[in-house]
Design a protein around this ligand. Sequence first.
Ligand code: ADP
Ligand code: MG
Length: 618
Amino acid sequence: MTQETRTFQAEVAKLLQIVANSLYSRREVFLRELISNASDACDRLRYEALTAPELAGDDSAYRVVLRADTKAKTLTIEDNGIGMSRDELIANLGTIARSGSSAFLDKMAEDGSGDLSLIGQFGVGFYSAFVVADRVEVTSRRAGASESWCWSSDGAGEFTIADATRERRGTAIVLHLKKDARAFLDAGTLRATVKAHSDHIGIPVVLAADDGDETLNSASALWTRPKSDITADQYREFYQHVSHGFDDPWLTVHVRAEGRLEYTQLLFIPGARPMDLFQPDRKCAVRLYVRRVFVTDNCEGLLPSYLRFVRGVIDSEDVALNVSREMLQQDPILSKIGTAVTKRMLSELEKKAAREPEAYAKFWDNFGAVLKEGLYEDPSRREQILALARFRSTHGDGLVSLADYVSRMADGQQAIYTIAGDDAAALRASPHLEGYAARGVEVLLMTDPVDEFWIPAVANYGDKSFVSVTHGDAGLDKLKPTKPVDAPEPAKAGDIAVLAALMKQALGDSVKDVRASERLTTSPVCLVADDRDIDRHLARMLKAHGRLDHVSAGVLEINPGHPLIRSLAERAQASGASPALDDAAHLLLDQARIVEGDPPTDVAAFARRMSALLERAT
Ligand code: ADP
Ligand code: MG
């Protein structure tokens, strides 16, 4: 026997460490994951055997077999699927293929609750075996190959790979159960766990026992059954199986299309965000079947990536199966199915939005940021997605649609006003909103990074354009204040002009300009972007991602109605530049930066000026 010892990829080692030290709220998740892998392996062989029947040989009765050995304290999960070669064992069970799994690790490490239940959503479900086992042996023989290999590990940094003598193709996973996990040797426990979490695996899951085999699941393709025969519980179990989750589906759409295109869709919108939602390589997680044969769960282009939160199954009757997966992705029938399904899902969302606005708000909070990607990726559905979009705004806490917004625009208002930032609460307190609030103008709070991309691409809704309140001209001169402003007498225009010029002189290149503000009513200052520059929030975002070298200097707006600005303006007019005025200019700029969430430009200078100012005041 030749045996080789290898170390796990660093990410795997870290993951295994977390797995070993977790408190398990749902430790039975390992069984769901291993059965799901076994069933995937059978699915893959079934598909490959369509073009290479010799791979399946005379054994096409695909199944998963569970075997409990109470003496040896082992649980074995065996399949007659595609199996793994030596290289595949090393690559699949020693490294993490999918990008974004480090996000899972961080999350696991951070919440410390040890809830591993969503492990399958990160493409690392296999490692959940170490939740219940202190040693795992995987013996596998690839379909079509004559040699077999045994992968073995105790999950502590290393695994070994040795040649083995497996007589049939497929994979057997032997779990040496930890003391506290021996309940999984019990037939009753296995029966209940399979029934609860793997009932809708399409092939039989069999419990092998001395007194005969027992099939534990219903082993049917749920989506092929008539809707009227399927209970809500069955839909939910099936959803949890395809999503590797434990939440309830928010929406279930089961449709059989007949006529020019024949297919069945059983699709779900999750009730909670799947963990891989923002993984860059996750384009579409819907499982594609052709006449009940599983083809792929990563069919790029089947559904648009702005619907990548959709889970479930599409099963086509018409697509030819004797072409490669790559060719399938360009199949004209599939692209027609994709179009029809997209249309259907969006219209289901429209219905929900109209009939159950509160439930819809939950959907929107989970997936609105993803759906909005469609606004620039799919111009053909832009109007439809704009109608589905909801926003937080300065009017109340609820969500508003663009139609709501336009219907209550102020007299004379021409544009849809927006403000962008990371967090709605901070935005609501922004000085930039003061002038709009005083005129009863509602402003939409844009807190998703994607907003910075679709707004310039879409530019307007109907005949109203989107205008940022932190950018260029405030556009408030045509709008009347809704209530009489009992502001103190503003500074004289001449005094303000002198103050603005002196402040600009003091601040130099740290500001593009200093000018009187229309948008301020109570704050003394704020920073806005020059007309020709990009919005400041976007600039900061791009800089944070290394896509922009520096954020251009902003325009510092000063509020002529503010007592502080008025007295500074009078002093500037009377006695010109002074060290005190210089300090005030810098402190006001720093204040405007702090309100935006940035630190002062020069923290030491800020502290020095602040002390000097306080000293003069006491
Ligand atoms: P995922 O199933 O999401 O890819 P897993 O961690 O569950 O992630 O499994 C990793 C990989 O190991 C699978 O993609 C598959 O290639 C391989 N694998 C796991 N179990 C089996 C099995 N029983 N038969 C064949 N391949 C398997
Ligand atoms: Mg898996």
